[in-house]
Design a protein around this ligand. Structure first.
Ligand code: ADP
Ligand code: MG
Length: 286
């Protein structure tokens, strides 16, 4: 049963852009010790843009752009949209499309098999412009490589922007004694750069989509109580595993349906207000 006080709290939170799907979630929110954040679309606005391109000296820009465009046209990943916008329209046919979740795409064009995706997946040479690549990662860029079976042909450096209120939101949570942890599929150096920029307590990088649930379980054991905030379809299982699952208001249906709490205005600062209010209620009610 829901107490009148909890009902009043749900109504008043809703007015401030936080939708609790039940009184128990207010209680749980007030007890959180840590919050895990998805990176793309949650800490960042989720609109990455290509900023730099590195090309193998023996290939033309047009050939590489064509392959990337024809392949990424068929992917729903936020990076794919940015890559297609940047590489432009090209003619040709792609076959044997294989989406390797958390890694990239493998597909065939004109009888050649290409890979487009993260370094471990698509950098066959392993020493592709190593200095530039490291430098770009340390500046927070996400790298997407393209290769055929024998060579790495190019790399695209994309940058997404932090939500304008992200730093302030994290600072307030940290001040409330809440540990803030980013979980990302991106590489270690890029993860570190974004985590530093946002002021996060820590980060977990190179996390495959189906490892997020396991990470939430580990964090729960470590901190006692964990919240998880995300926006994507593949965040839904992690949201369900956390003590409090929180969805961004503009998130996918799967995230919105699974979550216990919805941040209706996508405003991360409201997280700390929600926690303060929940703590207050936990003291009054019971
Ligand atoms: P996150 O959700 O943390 O942003 P993902 O798990 O979706 O990251 O992807 C991890 C990495 O795999 C990306 O940073 C990118 O390098 C690579 N990747 C995944 N899908 C694609 C794709 N369609 N095109 C290019 N790269 C991809
Ligand atoms: Mg996301």
């Amino acid at each position: 049963a829901i107490t009148p006080a909890a009902l009043a709290a749900i109504a008043s939170s809703a007015k401030h852009g936080i939708l609790f799907k039940g009184g128990v979630h207010i209680e749980n929110m007030g007890r959180l010790k840590a919050i895990a954040f998805d990176k793309t679309g949650t800490l960042t606005i989720g609109k990455p843009e290509v900023q730099h391109v590195l090309l193998h000296p023996d290939v033309t820009r047009d050939d590489v752009f064509r392959v990337v465009s024809l392949i990424e046209e068929h992917s729903m990943h936020p990076l794919a949209e940015a890559l297609v916008a940047y590489t432009g329209k090209h003619t040709g046919t792609m076959e044997q499309f294989k989406d390797v979740t958390g890694s990239g795409i493998e597909a065939m064009i004109d009888g050649v098999t290409y890979r487009v995706g993260k370094q471990k997946f698509a950098d066959v040479s392993g020493d592709f412009f190593p200095d530039q690549v490291e430098q770009l990662k340390s500046a927070g860029h996400t790298l997407v490589f393209i290769s055929d079976a024998s060579r790495t042909l190019g790399a695209f450096a994309l940058r997404d922007t932090l939500r304008p209120e992200a730093k302030q939101a994290i600072e307030r949570l940290n001040r409330l004694g809440i540990a803030t942890i980013m979980i990302t599929g991106d590489n270690e150096a890029t993860g570190r750069a974004i985590a530093t920029e946002a002021g996060l307590t820590r980060y977990i990088a190179e996390c495959l989509p189906d490892e997020k649930v396991e990470q939430i379980k580990l964090l729960k054991a470590e901190y006692g109580s964990i919240g998880m905030i995300g926006d994507g379809i593949n965040d839904a299982p992690a949201l369900a595993t956390a003590d409090v699952g929180i969805a961004m208001g503009e998130g996918t249906d799967a995230a919105l349906e699974t979550a216990d709490v919805v941040l209706m205005k996508n405003d991360l600062v409201r997280l700390s207000s929600a926690i303060e209010q929940s703590r207050k209620l936990n003291r009054i009610v019971l």
